[in-house]
Design a protein around this ligand. Structure first.
Ligand SMILES: NC(=O)c1ccc[n+]([C@@H]2O[C@H](COP(=O)([O-])OP(=O)(O)OC[C@H]3O[C@@H](n4cnc5c(N)ncnc54)[C@H](O)[C@@H]3O)[C@@H](O)[C@H]2O)c1
Length: 246
């Protein structure tokens, strides 16, 4: 197994939920991690937890929807890690509004975080990776990236569909620079965005239970490692079989 020992990774939204799980799993697998989040003190806590376990981590406060913040974050991550081999675009926000009651200001902010954020982070980190011979970008999408289901608002589903398209399209554009781009679509994970989901559709999950953060993180470790070197431009559904029923 090639693994990710010795690699340097950025995980956006690394302060909580699935992002924290991915940051911890990357560290356990031997990677140094820049824990990036809009919540700076929570990011510090996750980085400190990793450092206490004897691994390398740094916290970087960043709003992925803001260009100045993203550029500063990439500069800080680069100077603390040395190089960047892996970017995980995980930070996202949710809107559960019924479609006809959608607020366009909420829509604009959601698109800025969930679509503009990964788009610009991929560009800025992609430049660093291209200059150093390559890397891997992982977008955390969702089972809702191409299906309409009542568990969340149309704006969120639309943003996740855009992220999935970004995986395929940016993989094509970045392949000449030896940058691989993959997607990971979690099903229902009762943490973070889905902690208080009033309309969760558990009956569709053929495993009969929600997923665990650790199960999503394990797939992330595999997808960004060279063990997944022939997986490019596509999205892996880690959803307990949910999409098989749709
Ligand atoms: N939990 C689920 O069931 C589920 C299902 C499918 C997909 N996902 C996806 O997994 C990812 C993580 O979701 P989660 O459930 O762990 O949510 P979460 O709310 O626990 O984590 C999201 C993190 O992103 C951070 N963040 C929010 N806005 C930011 C910004 N502008 N800049 C930087 N950081 C920001 C938050 O502070 C938070 O730490 C998301 O991309 C989500 O769409 C989650």
């Amino acid at each position: 197994m090639a693994g990710i020992q010795g690699k340097n990774a950025i995980v956006t939204g690394g302060a909580g939920g699935i992002g924290r799980g991915i940051a911890l799993a990357f560290a356990r697998a031997g990677a140094a991690v820049a824990v990036v989040d809009i919540k700076g003190s929570e990011a510090e806590s996750v980085a400190a937890e990793i450092v206490r376990s004897g691994r390398k981590a740094h916290a970087v406060q960043c709003d992925v929807a803001d260009s100045v913040s993203v550029k500063r974050m990439v500069g800080q991550a680069r100077s603390s890690l040395g190089s960047i081999d892996i970017l995980v675009n995980n930070a996202a926000i949710m809107d559960r509004a019924l479609f006809l009651e959608s607020d366009m200001a909420v829509f604009d902010r959601l698109m800025a975080v969930n679509v503009r954020g990964p788009f610009e982070c991929s560009i800025e980190v992609g430049k660093v990776m291209a200059a150093s011979g390559g890397g891997v970008i992982l977008n955390v999408t969702s089972v809702e990236d191409e299906r309409g289901i009542l568990t969340s608002g149309v704006s969120y589903t639309t943003s996740k569909g855009a992220q999935k398209a970004m995986v395929a399209s940016s993989a094509v554009h970045l392949a000449p620079m030896k940058i691989r781009v993959v997607g990971l679509a979690p099903g229902m994970v009762p943490s973070g965005l889905n902690e208080n989901n009033p309309r969760g559709e558990r009956s569709r999950i053929i495993e009969g239970r929600p997923g665990k953060v650790e199960e999503i993180a394990a797939a992330a470790v595999f997808l960004v490692s060279d063990d997944a070197s022939y997986i490019n431009g596509t999205t892996l559904y880690v959803d307990g079989g949910w999409t098989a029923t749709l």
